[in-house]
Design a protein around this ligand. Structure first.
Ligand SMILES: [Mn+2]
Length: 191
């Protein structure tokens, strides 16, 4: 496709002012307005916490997160709401059935306890064989079959550090861009 032909509108930057909570609430309001106008929002951050504002504007939507980390700590550096905790906060308020995390390969015990208690679905690796299992018939297909819409979020650290080294917490054995793009194509075709 030619990008010039795409119907993309750049709405500019969200005004960032005040506390993290205030900014996330403002993002939620803007996101809600875009969704209700019938458009498809695309949000670019530099910080994964923004997903908290976006997902809070949505109901009955599958949330698929590509990330090396679960982001399900109870608190991080004294903060209850941060890039390391926001998924836990979302699941606490919305329940775990709408959430699936993919590419996970660095976790801590408190996150594993939470995942087990809340029955959160996640896929820890995408080896060559796993990848073909998943695109053919397994976890992603089963998960998506219950939903008409998907909120997709990608933390760049889901990619292997050899492709995306400039992330905050790089973890070896990540996805290649080819596998990520194939998975995204598959997800788009399923929804
Ligand atoms: Mn991450």
């Amino acid at each position: 496709m030619d990008v010039d032909d795409s119907r993309v509108f750049d709405a500019g930057d969200l005004i960032i002012q005040g506390s993290v909570e205030e900014n996330l609430h403002r993002l939620q309001l803007v996101f809600d307005e875009i969704v209700h106008s019938g458009r498809t929002p695309i949000v670019l951050g530099g910080e994964h916490t923004i997903s908290y504002g976006c997902v809070n504007a949505l109901n009955d939507v599958a949330v698929l997160s590509f990330d090396a980390h679960l982001d399900m700590r109870d608190e991080y550096l004294g903060l209850k709401l941060s890039h390391a905790t926001f998924m836990r906060r979302l699941i606490e308020s919305k329940g775990s059935t709408n959430f699936m995390e993919l590419g996970i390969r660095a976790v801590c015990n408190e996150e594993l306890d939470f995942v087990e208690k809340e029955n959160v679905e996640y896929v820890n690796r995408f080896g060559y064989n796993d990848y073909y299992c998943i695109t053919n018939n397994k976890e992603i297909n089963d998960f998506l079959s219950g939903f008409h819409k998907v909120y997709l979020t990608i933390d760049m650290d889901v990619l292997d550090p050899s492709y995306a080294p400039a992330v905050g917490n790089p973890v070896p054995e990540g996805l290649s861009p080819t596998i990520l793009l194939d998975l995204l194509k598959h997800i788009c075709e399923k929804t």
